[in-house]
Write a protein that binds this ligand. Structure first.
Ligand code: FES
Ligand code: FES
Length: 174
């Protein structure tokens, strides 16, 4: 057993004793009841289980949770799909996913949402030229599997959010 303390969506959790082999996915879903993070392949292949990890320097990245031990997240700050809406208001990305009918069964949606959010935050720090945007989005979402094949709609939704705030996310062209 190991003692685990971490911050989830801005709220501190723990210290709590967890088995060393408890996966982060089981910690979130079974111990905390946060079932927005899904369990798909269980083999780090589909990313339906991906969450956001926030680094102290303000950068962020996604991590699968299915094969990652919960104790690996001790002391870390993470975000899950439950943390995107603010005071009941959906984020721009959540709204765009709905507007584009990006998801059908929704099983992959939390992973795509977290990946898209990380991309937005990355672009806000390091904008790209418009001509690189399509490849940038494709690269960011690559690896997320959608058995309902909503790939293009997810891509278009992320693109819409970026273009709606292009001064923030894209390098201005002269
Ligand atoms: S369930 Fe974790 S990558 Fe598929
Ligand atoms: S919406 Fe069903 S798996 Fe993507």
């Amino acid at each position: 057993m190991t003692t685990l303390s971490l911050t989830i969506n801005g709220q501190k959790h723990g210290p709590v004793e967890v088995r060393d082999d408890l996966s982060m996915n089981d910690f979130l879903r079974e111990m905390l009841g946060m079932t927005g993070t899904k369990f798909g392949c269980g083999a780090a292949q589909c990313l339906s289980c991906a969450i956001i990890v926030d680094e102290p320097d303000g950068t962020s990245y996604t991590s699968p949770t299915c094969i990652a031990p919960a104790v690996n997240f001790d002391g870390k700050s993470i975000r899950t799909v439950e943390g995107h809406a603010r005071d009941g208001a959906l984020s721009a990305l959540q709204k765009a996913f709905i507007d584009h009918f990006a998801f059908q069964c929704g099983y992959c949606t939390a992973g795509f949402l977290n990946e898209g959010q990380v991309l937005l935050e990355h672009l806000a720090r390091k904008p790209v030229p418009r001509e690189k945007l399509e490849q940038t989005i494709a690269d960011a979402l690559d690896g997320h599997l959608c058995r309902c094949t909503g790939y293009i709609k997810y891509h278009e939704a992320v693109r819409d959010v970026i273009l709606a705030d292009s001064n923030r996310y894209l390098i201005a062209t002269k």
